[in-house]
Write a protein that binds this ligand. Structure first.
Ligand code: AHR
Length: 526
């Protein structure tokens, strides 16, 4: 994006954050057509699947002998649901689990694989039935890209190099032949590799200086195609450095300065927590919450804007050409676990409030598409802000799932910056915009607009001048419900799912939207 235009757009967004007034009757939205606007990478709609609780086992893998319908051990219902939202990328095997994972545990005949203790997540036995080949079968069934996180904290560069060779080598070397003897002739496609996870915490408790040195060492044995003198290597993956948590910009600064030359992206983790305070996450229930909890969680989700701005400021100084991507490879809500479930398994319900969190977060990612080129919601099935919840053979699609589905037209669409001023809401920890918006120009033509209203009862009228675009038709979907904690349960009729939206009209290029309280709406204007 042209820098002056970008500055104008940024100003528009800052106005949104800083200039809310009392509730206005009508909100005027001005699109700012910009040839240089970035494309919203579809990878922003990515997922994170860790060996944690019932995320992989039960949620994805049931085994070939299961009564639950499966293809080579992988649940058919889960694959079909994830295909329908065109999941672009899945990050695996962790998380904290990744820095204790040894890839050789998960290859070869399943009955001979070792059983390990999952020390991070409930001490649950990990029988390694789901390993490298099963993971790639899963992503290939869905049609997603693979994002593999390698162990830095409790492993060696040799183990990383050998795993990469096993996955990607086209030659007649021993590792490639071992892969072949395990049933896979062609190399696996690995477009993204993460080097460590939360290296400041569960991934080794390192300082940024120490991690930077380790990163440089690991990167030297990564043998990426075209790097150094390895012109013809089979490994074509982008290298993702383990990034900061929340507002820890010093981590980003040090790692970028000391190791930035050898990375393609750096990650960032930001979870939506009650009062933003890690230990207090257990004070927030996923359901049966009060209005304060509604506002607080949505306020905390909207802080993603401030967090991205802080890291981008640091990155822009070191990498003004934006060569290095910022991957928000863990985000989402984190509440107290569901009563009666293993607290180490992070199983939580997912309500209309989570749908709003998803829409607010995605709208923020869209606005930052020039730097944020991947995001992975935590986690795909049965863990934290999941897309899907399973119970035996039954599966529920969560409100968050439906938000991802409604936003499909945003995949790889060009951002259409918007200028508007939103009314402000008050949460226990701060104020935030009642209305979250973003728009884009899909390749197929027209405009797609995402709108979320965090009000409890107040509908808002928006007026969007699309006059220059010569559009004649508007259609859309809405996700809302009567109760704030409306949710779907496996095996029960759905309470929350999108329906046809009738609150938008287009008159001579002027779009008027009556946006109901506590709703997410996506409009296609053609
Ligand atoms: O998503 C659950 C955990 O949260 C991940 O394992 C870790 O990276 C983060 O702290």
């Amino acid at each position: 994006m042209n820098r002056q235009r970008f500055a104008n757009w940024t100003l528009g967004y800052l106005m949104l954050a800083a200039s809310h007034t009392a509730l206005a009757d009508k909100i005027t939205v001005t699109p700012m057509t910009d040839e240089q606007a970035p494309v919203i990478a579809r990878h922003i709609y990515g997922q994170f699947s860790e060996h944690l609780g019932r995320g992989i086992y039960d949620g994805v893998w049931v085994g070939e002998d299961s009564n639950i319908a499966n293809t080579r051990g992988i649940r058919n219902d889960v694959v079909a649901a994830l295909k329908a939202i065109q999941v672009p990328v899945i990050r695996w095997p962790g998380g904290c689990f990744a820095d204790e994972y040894h890839w050789r545990d998960g290859i070869g005949p399943r009955q001979q694989r070792p059983v390990r203790k999952n020390n991070w997540w409930g001490g649950t036995p990990e029988d390694n039935a789901f390993g490298t080949h099963e993971f790639f079968d899963f992503v290939e069934q869905i049609g997603a890209d693979a994002y593999v996180s390698v162990n830095v904290a409790s492993s060696t560069p040799t183990q990383m190099r050998e795993w990469i060779e096993y996955m990607t080598s086209t030659g007649q070397d021993t590792l490639a032949n071992e892969r072949r003897s395990n049933g896979r002739e062609q190399p696996f496609g690995v477009p993204f590799i993460g080097i460590g996870n939360e290296s400041w915490g569960c991934g080794g408790n390192m300082t940024p200086e120490y991690y930077s040195n380790l990163y440089r060492r690991w990167a030297a044995f990564f043998h990426k195609n075209g790097s150094n003198f390895h012109q013809q290597n089979d490994n074509k993956a982008l290298r993702v450095a383990s990034g900061a948590n929340n507002l820890d910009t010093n981590w980003t600064k040090v790692v970028m300065e000391q190791a930035g030359h050898g990375m393609d992206a750096i990650s960032l983790h930001f979870y939506t927590l009650w009062t933003g305070d890690w230990p207090k996450r257990n004070e927030a229930a996923a359901t049966e919450f009060n209005q304060d909890h509604w506002f607080e969680i949505l306020y905390q989700a909207s802080r993603m804007e401030e967090v991205l701005q802080a890291h981008e400021k640091v990155m822009d100084k070191i990498d003004p050409d934006k060569r290095i991507g910022l991957y928000v490879d863990e985000w989402g809500t984190w509440y107290n676990t569901e009563p009666g479930t293993n607290p180490g398994h992070l199983y939580q319900q997912n309500t209309l409030r989570d749908a709003l969190v998803a829409a607010i977060s995605l709208n923020i990612f869209h606005q930052h598409a020039d730097r944020v080129r991947m995001a992975n919601i935590a986690q795909t099935v049965n863990v934290l802000q999941a897309m899907l919840l399973t119970e035996g053979a039954a599966m529920a699609k969560t409100p968050s799932y439906y938000v991802f589905k409604m936003h499909l037209p945003f995949h790889d669409a060009k951002l259409l910056p918007l200028r508007y001023t939103s009314p402000q809401l008050t949460a226990p920890s701060g104020k935030f915009a009642a209305i979250s918006l973003s728009a884009a120009l899909p390749k197929e033509g027209g405009v797609v607009i995402s709108l979320a209203n965090s009000e409890l009862t107040q509908q808002h009228e928006l007026s969007v001048n699309l006059g220059d675009l010569q559009l004649t038709n508007v259609s859309g979907e809405i996700l809302t419900a009567d109760s704030l904690d409306a949710h779907n349960l496996p095996g029960k009729p759905e309470t929350v799912s999108p329906s046809h939206f009738t609150g938008a009209t287009l008159d001579n290029g002027n779009l008027t939207v009556n946006l109901p309280a506590k709703s997410v709406v996506v409009l296609r204007v053609r």
